[in-house]
Design a protein around this ligand. Structure first.
Ligand SMILES: Cc1cc2nc3c(=O)[nH]c(=O)nc-3n(C[C@H](O)[C@H](O)[C@H](O)COP(=O)(O)OP(=O)(O)OC[C@H]3O[C@@H](n4cnc5c(N)ncnc54)[C@H](O)[C@@H]3O)c2cc1C
Length: 422
């Protein structure tokens, strides 16, 4: 099955490896999933080395949303309060602007939680915050500019990785290697896993517009529609974060129509941005999210586990990608701490992580797929004004039903808690 692993004997060749270290758990990728798992294991005294390819956590926009579920987990380890001291915004639900008026289907304030909102904080700040916390534990080691290129395999078991840094190749040997390296996961590829992909009907261009004097701040996610396009707008305090949603595969056509047509199309949906769009002059101000949804049939091999986007890429519907990556990390820490500390990691423990996390992933992907087919595809095909059918409005007025979507967005289909080490 493995395509690019290197056998132990080859590593033993004198001079081939410049530096080698041993640890208990080697995590590849310092995104929300990898960083959270590293922190949780390190604070329980498990030796962890985290390898991150980039030199810092500052990169293109990849979502800034921390859902109530993540905030509750951070609260369990005393980190919710310090996180709230960082500059952030809160949103309490979406408001859709439609031909027949505004429609606010979800209100997180009705949920039973200390944190009835989505916290908006730059992902860079969140990752730096987790890294700073993890560094307080002597069992944590962070290697930046560590680009993993090979798996080490011995007797049918993954026993570490080789990575390239500015000064050449290094190796990390570990009882467990975790691929938390995102949607284009190298570890997944090296392990020979092939994800099952579905192609949602849209792509998204993310970009920022400046806040201008007189702008009213908003604690809602604003959504607008028009001419086969949709717009999602978050207030990021210093600027507006916008997602321009258009039918899949039309990015080249959007660009070919020119920047002026792009600006006009934004203003057609949200006339309040008529002045703001003048700040948009170059395509490199936008990052393209080629929307996909996928999941690996198998998340583990002896000595290896995939979590987060490496195991399952989530559609942006509901903005659950970060939430699910963090929940995977929490379940992995719950299940694996004991065997890692005991030095005995049976493959059944890795299977248990997949067992607990696969069905919530599949369930939410099925829901996302239904929303994409029935709502988003219809909106993107329609050139006329959008309205909400009466039965949908009715659903969101019935007390026992109306908070189900809010609960699913906030916590996923299964609420995940950090368990005592036992
Ligand atoms: C444009 C965009 C907007 C999004 N918006 C949202 C949103 O609003 N809300 C939401 O919840 N989700 C959003 N997402 C999805 C979200 O970013 C992911 O679901 C989430 O970051 C997954 O976390 P992760 O830790 O699994 O992987 P990632 O965050 O992708 O982290 C993977 C890490 O691995 C590192 N890495 C990769 N290869 C290697 C290697 N070979 N060696 C070492 N390190 C490596 C990467 O540099 C990266 O730091 C968005 C995604 C995109 C692309």
């Amino acid at each position: 099955m493995a395509t690019a692993t290197i056998p132990d004997e080859k590593l033993a060749v004198a001079g081939e490896i410049e530096r080698s270290q041993e640890t208990t758990c080697c995590i590849v990728g310092g995104g929300p999933g990898g960083m959270m798992l590293a922190l949780l294991l390190a604070r329980r005294g498990v030796q962890v080395t985290l390898l991150e390819a980039h030199k810092d956590f500052d990169r293109d926009f990849r979502g800034d949303t921390l859902h109530p579920s993540i905030l509750e987990i951070l609260d369990q380890i005393g980190l919710a309060e310090p996180l709230h001291q960082l500059r952030h915004n809160k949103i309490y639900g979406p408001t859709l602007q439609l031909a027949d008026g505004g429609f606010s289907p979800v209100d997180f304030r009705r949920l039973k939680t200390r944190f009835p909102y989505i916290m908006l904080i730059p992902q860079t700040r969140f990752l730096e915050f987790l890294a700073a916390e993890a560094k307080k534990y002597p069992s944590f080691r962070l290697c930046m500019v560590a680009n993993v290129g090979e798996l080490i395999e011995s007797v049918g078991r993954v026993s570490g990785v080789r990575y390239q840094s500015t000064d050449g190749w290094h190796e990390v040997r570990a009882q467990l290697t975790v691929g938390a390296d995102g949607r284009f996961s190298k570890v997944r590829h090296l392990a020979g896993f092939e994800p099952i992909k579905t192609s949602p009907p849209m792509d998204i261009l993310w970009f920022q517009l400046p806040h201008l004097p007189g702008d009213e701040s908003s604690d809602r996610l604003l959504g607008g529609f028009g001419m086969g396009r949709a717009l999602a707008v978050f207030d990021r305090l210093d600027y507006w974060q916008l997602g321009y949603i258009f039918p899949k595969g039309q990015y080249q056509a959007v660009r070919a129509a020119g920047m002026e047509a792009f600006r006009r199309s934004i203003v057609e949906i949200e006339p309040q941005f008529a002045k703001h769009v003048e700040a948009l002059t170059e395509w490199h101000q936008c990052s393209l999210l080629s929307v996909e949804s996928s999941r690996c049939p198998l998340w583990y091999r002896p000595g290896l586990l995939l979590i987060g986007d490496a195991a399952h890429v989530m559609s942006p519907v509901g903005g659950v990608g970060i939430n699910y990556a963090v929940q995977d990390a929490v379940v992995a820490a719950n299940v694996l701490t004991k065997p890692l500390k005991a030095g005995q990691l049976p493959v059944e423990a890795l299977a248990e992580v997949q067992r607990q996390r696969e069905w919530p992933t599949r369930a939410i992907q099925a829901l996302q797929s239904a929303v994409q087919r029935r709502v988003i595809a219809t909106v993107l095909q329609s050139k006329g004004p959008q309205t909400i059918p009466w039965f949908v409005r009715l659903f969101f007025r019935i007390p026992v039903l109306r908070d189900i979507p809010a609960r699913i967005i906030a916590f996923g289909v299964r609420r995940v808690r950090l368990q005592d080490e036992g």
